[in-house]
Write a protein that binds this ligand. Structure first.
Ligand code: FAD
Length: 428
């Protein structure tokens, strides 16, 4: 097996790895350091996740990015985000020939509406910088020695003193991000906090009415309660599916359910289908409606608050006939309906699994890296970037922003550290 030396070796050529490679190579050029950047990826075809992102349009980032858009150690996240802001990201993409446009939600997409534009721009820039991109190079082992790192892959071996791991998480394993990176980083001495699927649809008990509503979206406030304590409350669009619930608000809340379930603690998910309105407010409203429109049906009345298909299903779920006129609705039925409308306990049975999760919650704790450089605090010369780290963002382009930022910082710092290593100490 061949063994070669490379100046900076990056394992994983996803969003973070490609950015690392470009930032490292640009820094080498800028600082006039001779050297070679090598990017290894186990996949035969690169950038699978970029291509599927945002429904094939790639939601590159968001026009406003704050630490509150992420879960993890927020003080460290804040410091990391500050080093490569959205403004820098958008101008960096513009320099690569990718113009971004803002949609109403604040999400930024390429003006071409094609994820291919993003991937091609990154690959073109990497080729212009003479980065060696080796697909079908799966790394199986990394051995640390006094002279650096020996990176064992399925085509041979590489030696380097600057190694960047950007192997992603576990989501969508068929793309090559199957969690093996955690084994590599653990073998080098790092911890990995438990990993669970995040931004993942949830499965409901089959007895629920979701199948009849499949395809329907409605604004919902979701509240997650873990062992009796509210841990999350958010409002957004909920999508009913043939298997359960999805849509942005469910995807964003799912991490709390998967984390709690993974810990074996009791977790409940509640929905208020009339966000911002309480049980008591709606009770007063329904009594008023009964006085003003005594002959109006229950379903017609509720349809002024929620989609009619949902109103009908909810009535049936609460054992109320949807066409009952308001004056015939008993106090008990009214109570049951309004409770279901404002604090509906979803019978969540499971999540849809890694093949449907967009991101991984958990990973290498952020306090094990130097946030100024992304260098490991435990292993000098090792840098970490992207989803491998214990930080996950909400839906909206935040996870890619994390990949671009950490990738840029790790690549630049790894290359720069060579500059300081080659610069003779000042005589002053
Ligand atoms: C369906 C879907 C849609 C998404 N849409 C969006 C979106 O629109 N906006 C957004 O912000 N985020 C989105 N995300 C999340 C986003 O794609 C990820 O957060 C991001 O790609 C993570 O980048 P990464 O470089 O850290 O990891 P990855 O993109 O997962 O890249 C890791 C790379 O490492 C390689 N690798 C792993 N192990 C090894 C090994 N042992 N040897 C060699 N190579 C290895 C893998 O093959 C892979 O290419 C989406 C995710 C999914 C699944």
């Amino acid at each position: 097996m061949s063994k070669t030396n490379a100046t900076v070796v990056i394992v994983g050529a996803g969003a973070a790895g490609l950015t690392c490679a470009i930032a490292a190579a640009e820094t080498l050029v800028k600082e006039s350091i001779p050297g070679q950047v090598v990017l290894l990826d186990g996949a035969k075809h690169l950038g699978a996740k970029i291509l599927v992102a945002g429904g094939g349009r790639c939601n590159v980032t968001h026009d406003v990015v704050t630490p509150q858009d992420f879960f993890g150690q927020r003080t460290i996240i804040r410091n990391i985000l500050a080093s490569f802001s959205v403004e820098r990201t958008t101008s960096w993409f513009a320099s690569l020939g990718v113009e971004l446009k803002r949609e109403e939600t604040g999400k930024l997409f390429p003006t071409t509406d094609s994820a291919r534009t993003v991937l091609n721009a990154l690959l073109d820039r990497a080729r212009d910088l003479s980065i060696t991109i080796s697909s079908d190079h799966r790394v199986g082992e990394i051995i640390r020695s006094n002279s650096g790192f020996h990176v064992q892959h399925n085509q041979g071996r590489l030696h380097t003193t600057r190694l960047i791991l950007a192997t992603g998480g576990r989501s969508l394993p068929k793309t090559g991000s199957d969690g093996f990176g955690y084994r590599l980083v653990q073998a080098l001495g790092h911890h990995v906090s438990p990993t669970v699927p995040a931004l993942v649809p949830l499965l409901l008990n089959r007895s629920m009415f979701h199948t009849t509503l499949s395809g329907l979206s409605q604004k919902t406030e979701l509240i997650t309660v873990v062992e009796g304590r509210e841990v999350d409350r958010r409002t957004g669009s909920l999508l009913w599916t043939h298997l359960g619930i999805s849509g942005p608000v469910v995807m964003d809340a799912s991490r709390f359910w998967t984390l709690a379930t993974n810990q074996g603690v009791c977790v409940d998910l509640y929905g208020n289908f009339v966000p911002g309105r309480s049980f008591d407010e709606l009770k007063k409203w329904l009594i008023r409606e009964t006085i003003e429109h005594p002959k109006r049906s229950l379903v017609r009345t509720l349809s002024s608050l929620v989609p009619d298909r949902f109103a009908e299903s909810l009535c049936r779920f609460c054992s109320c006939n949807p066409v009952t006129i308001l004056t015939h609705v008993s106090r008990m039925d009214r109570h049951r309906l309004l409770s279901a409308l404002t604090r509906f306990r979803f019978p969540v049975e499971d999540h849809r699994g890694w093949n449907f999760a967009e991101v991984t919650a958990g990973g290498v704790p952020l306090d094990e890296i130097n946030y100024r450089t992304m260098e490991s605090k435990l292993v000098p010369g090792l840098y970490l970037a992207g989803e491998l780290l214990d930080c996950d963002g909400r839906i909206g382009g935040f996870n890619f922003q994390w990949a671009w930022t950490t990738g840029w910082l790790a690549g630049k710092s790894a290359a720069r550290s060579l500059f300081s290593a080659t610069t003779p100490p000042s005589s002053e």
